[in-house]
Design a protein around this ligand. Structure first.
Ligand SMILES: Cc1cc2nc3c(=O)[nH]c(=O)nc-3n(C[C@H](O)[C@H](O)[C@H](O)COP(=O)(O)OP(=O)(O)OC[C@H]3O[C@@H](n4cnc5c(N)ncnc54)[C@H](O)[C@@H]3O)c2cc1C
Length: 378
């Protein structure tokens, strides 16, 4: 058993730390304040190879394993979890094309995604279909050599900024779980547009909107993978995505710990730094212990994925534990900073707001418990 990251993984992690310190940390508070999508930052991340790390070099990626990509997401999220999340969610869509796309689709769509020249959006959720994906109502009807898509998707990450959309629709309702398919829709198609834009509590620079399909016509060859396979393909992608959200949570937790230690040593009350008060010291002990557990659960899930072993349960366990730990301890991090932690401008206040969403997207904590128990009890 070896708990040591390779020299290459350590180097890439250090490179991302330096990148985040230089380009992300200085603008993170402003991105949050203005809900601003930093297009220029994603261009720079693309140039550095960070937007397609686990994608093979021949398709525009960096050709690393998934664990190395996860280390980068963690370091980015330590500075700005919106940015870490945007990279993580973009990469799983690129992986969808890598795993299920035709050679032509890979050349046409995957390469610009992996190079960070195009942003992606994956649309499954609808107003009436969240955890219950079978409640989707969007349809794709065959008309000659085209499919015509109609419906409204909601809460779509990158909805307003994506150049390449991936959308789940019914192609055969009668086929039940084998009745939905995924379609690629490039921006510029007159049948797709972003709808309502959501102002959020956290991860505010990540852009979230409805995606509206109105008689959206796409050629047959824009279906990705086989007809009727949307659910297994989506689940395969979400399993990888859950490791990304776990890494985002670990980054948030590490930042909360850094901030808590710094503040507890600086702030003096009753003639001593508050770090000397046992109540504060124990909060920090609990925080670092849960951080370590969350980090190893996350790395283990990524390791299993890289070893081509089953990792669905482990990915859900990592996401469940890391996201709930991030939420629990960012609340404590605010507590440690008292009134100062509660005010705008304190990093811990942003961390607390950002932590909440990790318990919700790519499967809620309740859904994670269903997956984990389902693995044990079936
Ligand atoms: C910022 C953000 C970004 C997102 N990005 C995307 C995206 O890019 N693409 C996309 O397709 N979707 C995206 N989503 C949607 C996200 O995946 C859903 O919000 C999530 O799956 C939960 O669905 P819901 O919000 O409809 O909640 P619901 O499914 O309505 O759940 C409400 C509550 O009920 C609980 N619940 C539901 N069913 C059960 C059950 N059977 N047993 C126990 N409890 C249950 C849930 O856990 C939750 O607590 C995003 C959401 C947000 C907020």
């Amino acid at each position: 058993m070896n708990f040591q990251l390779t020299d290459e993984q350590q180097l890439i992690r250090k490179n991302m730390r330096e990148f985040a310190d230089q380009y992300v940390e200085p603008i993170a508070a402003e991105l949050d304040e203005n809900s601003r999508f930093p297009a220029e930052l994603f261009r720079k991340l693309g140039e550095g190879g960070w937007m397609g790390m686990p994608i093979p070099v021949e398709y525009g990626g960096a050709g690393t394993d998934y664990l190395t990509h996860i280390l980068a997401v963690e370091e980015l999220s330590r500075s700005c979890s919106s940015t870490g999340f945007t990279v993580a969610s973009h990469v799983i869509v690129a992986l969808l094309v890598l795993l299920y796309g035709t050679e032509e689709q890979k050349r046409k769509y995957l390469v610009p995604l992996a190079e960070g020249k195009h942003m992606s959006a994956f649309s499954l959720t609808e107003p009436g279909a969240g955890t219950d994906v079978m409640a989707v109502t969007s349809t794709a009807m065959l008309d000659g050599d085209d499919y015509v898509l109609n419906g409204t998707k909601t809460f779509i990450t990158n909805g307003p900024v994506a150049e390449t959309h991936f959308v789940v629709c019914w192609t055969d309702r009668a086929a039940g779980r084998k009745g939905m398919s995924i379609f690629i829709i490039p921006r510029g198609n007159p049948g797709i547009r972003p709808g309502k834009h959501f102002e959020k509590m956290g991860v505010r620079s990540s852009q979230t909107s409805e995606v509206v399909l109105k008689d959206c016509r796409v050629p047959r060859e824009n279906m990705i993978g086989q007809a009727g396979q949307a659910l297994p393909m989506s689940m395969a992608i979400f399993e990888q995505g859950r490791i990304g959200i776990a890494a985002q949570s670990v980054g948030i937790l590490q930042a909360a710990l850094d901030e808590s230690i710094r503040y507890a040593k600086e702030r003096v009350q009753f003639g001593a730094p508050i770090a000397r008060h046992q109540a504060i010291a124990w909060m920090i002990s609990n925080m670092t212990t849960d951080l370590s557990a969350a980090r190893w659960l996350t790395y283990h899930a990524a390791f299993l994925r890289d070893q081509k072993q089953p990792f669905g349960k482990e990915a859900s366990m990592a996401k469940l534990f890391a996201s709930e730990a991030a939420m629990r301890h960012t609340v404590k991090a605010v507590q440690i900073q008292g009134g100062y932690g509660y005010c705008k401008g304190a990093k811990v206040e942003r961390l607390m707001r950002d932590a909440k969403i990790t318990e919700i997207y790519e499967g809620t904590s309740e859904a994670m418990r269903m997956v984990i128990s389902g693995n044990l009890l079936r």
